[in-house]
Design a protein around this ligand. Structure first.
Ligand SMILES: N[C@@H]1[C@@H](O)[C@H](O)[C@@H](COP(=O)(O)O)O[C@@H]1O
Length: 242
């Protein structure tokens, strides 16, 4: 695992965006696995700047997002579809038909999960998967569990995730209780993985996930077995691993 330490959030965002930019430049039709949450917003802004300055072209890039809340429509401003359009897609030249996100409005979980796995298979897998890290070690919405989930599946969100994400909703009651997420096998199948973390609140889980035992109780710990992981974090998030 490569660890890149940044002095602050802006530098973390720049370093991470540089790695994604390198991927897009070296393979213009690459498949980018994308993530939501507050951590990647700064790096998406950097990618938008790179596009506006004429350094990056996303016209052939394909994307596959990690997850989506079940039950939220695309128009709901808390859906991950909405998030991706607001924070990245509307400001770069990626083609709508080349972007993929699980469809939270499909009630039949088995059908939607099978469809999404087929989408990723048809894309030829993910070249570079971007990941944030939940406070309980979740990646995508793979919550702590007794075993590692394989493909796309529907999860019941844990209380800690509902608590962490309620800041985006009017109240905790409005946070959806379920989500569709890529599975651990799909994430591990990505050719490269880029994890971004910032802030002191992530310091403990960074230490556990990357230097603790590999266990489904800390889903991100499986990344220790991936051959090409880069962790980019600010000093606060990396403070317990030095
Ligand atoms: N499903 C998302 C994850 O993909 C994200 O990585 C995580 C951390 O979010 P943040 O970056 O806001 O800390 O929480 C959310 O629940």
């Amino acid at each position: 695992m490569r660890i890149l330490k940044a002095k602050d959030y802006l530098e973390m965002s720049r370093k991470a965006a540089n790695l994604i930019a390198a991927q897009v430049i070296m393979k213009p039709d690459c498949v980018l696995g994308l993530a939501t949450g507050s951590t990647p917003i700064g790096l998406y802004q950097q990618l938008i700047q790179g596009y506006q300055q004429g350094d990056l072209d996303f016209s052939q890039v394909r994307t596959a997002n990690l997850d989506e809340y079940k039950g939220l429509t695309r128009e709901n401003d808390q859906s991950y579809y909405y998030f991706m359009h607001q924070n990245l897609f509307k400001s770069i030249n990626v083609k709508e038909e080349n972007t993929n996100i699980p469809d939270g409005t499909v009630a039949d979980s088995a059908a939607e999960c099978a469809r999404y796995d087929e989408v990723i298979r048809a894309l030829g897998g993910v070249d570079l998967q971007l990941l944030g890290l939940g406070h309980n070690g979740h990646i995508g919405f793979n919550e702590p569990a007794d075993s590692f989930a394989k493909g796309t599946h529907c999860v019941d969100l844990t209380e800690s995730t509902i608590e962490a994400n309620k800041r985006f909703f009017a109240s905790a009651d409005d946070v959806p209780r379920q989500a569709y997420t890529m599975g651990i096998q799909t994430i591990m199948g990505a050719r490269k993985i880029l994890v971004v973390v910032n802030g002191e609140a992530k310091a403990d889980i960074v230490q556990k996930a990357f230097f603790g035992p590999v266990t489904p109780q800390v889903p991100a710990s499986i990344l220790q077995f991936h051959p090409d992981v880069t962790l980019v974090g600010d000093e606060a998030a990396l403070s317990k691993i030095n």
